[in-house]
Design a protein around this ligand. Structure first.
Ligand SMILES: [Mg+2]
Length: 280
């Protein structure tokens, strides 16, 4: 239990934060993940991954807590996690889901409308299918299936010119989409982010722990973590082997790891716990 009517929580990105940027290993973080569980500190995973991908990772990390999927498009709460049902959620299988963005179908329709104009210049996950996703990403078939099971966003491989890509992205934006360029793919999705999803879930916890002061740590390594890092009580920026730390507007209560993930995750979260008088 947390002392002094204080409830600590950790919201963490996965790739490059809790998982090694290259190998996706997490072993170095496991002892501290177990320690958080014993201390009653919920670890909320917040990623651009799909629900299916997150479920697989939660299994290997023995995580039983709510989680944030597809870059904040939805929050999934295990159906019996709270004694009552969180408002504005729908029961989907074993999870109560709070949706914060339009469904993927909307973006598939928008993409279909552009198929003629940009013929042969783009390939989406939906069109590629599992075998195509394997080819595009190098994932195993099982991983590709989980990556393709998207609810709210659609990765698109652009094969035309950079100028064409700008026009293509602009057309999608005109239809209401948010289009972001990642390393390999354009992601077409709604107006959502991890920060707003975290704020919604924090509010749910506050309602269920009245009288306790929640102090949350957000952990991330990239620009898509910025909204979450910016609004969290404390931010932990994990050093990346491929890019700089994300730039934040705030400069109070910001920790930086020296090491890369996953060792940097353990290093930074331990330091945050020490600030709260908890030595692992
Ligand atoms: Mg990351």
């Amino acid at each position: 239990m947390n002392a002094n009517n204080r409830k600590l929580m950790v919201f963490s990105d996965l790739d490059g934060s809790l998982l090694d940027h290259f190998s996706y290993s997490y072993e170095a973080a496991l002892p501290l993940i177990d320690a958080l569980e014993h201390l009653g500190i919920p670890l909320i995973l917040a990623s651009s991954k799909t629900k299916a991908e997150m479920l697989a990772l939660r299994d290997v990390l023995h995580n039983k807590h709510p989680f944030i999927i597809e870059n904040g498009a939805a929050v999934c709460i295990p159906r019996d996690y709270f004694t009552d049902n969180a408002e504005k959620t729908t029961l989907q299988g074993q999870y109560r889901v709070h949706e914060m963005a339009p469904r993927r179908e909307r973006w598939l329709t928008a993409l279909a409308d552009l198929r003629k104009e940009f013929a042969g210049q783009f390939l989406s996950f939906h069109t590629a299918g599992t075998a195509g996703i394997v080819e595009m990403t190098g994932l195993t078939e099982q991983q590709a299936e989980a990556a393709g099971a998207r609810g709210y966003s659609e990765p698109v491989q652009w094969m035309g010119t950079p100028r064409g890509e700008r026009q293509f992205a602009q057309r999608l934006r005109e239809s209401g989409a948010t289009v972001t360029r990642g390393g390999r793919f354009l992601t077409v999705t709604g107006d959502c982010d991890k920060g707003r999803a975290m704020a919604w879930l924090l509010n749910i916890y506050r309602q269920r722990y009245p009288g306790e002061c929640i102090e949350e740590l957000a952990v991330g390594d990239s620009d898509n973590d910025r909204p979450m890092l910016e609004v969290a009580r404390t931010a932990l920026l994990i050093r990346s082997p491929v890019h700089d730390y994300p730039t934040l507007h705030k400069n109070r209560d910001v920790l930086h790891s020296e090491k890369y993930a996953p060792a940097g995750w353990t290093e930074g979260v331990s330091r945050w716990l020490q600030r709260h008088g908890i030595v692992i």
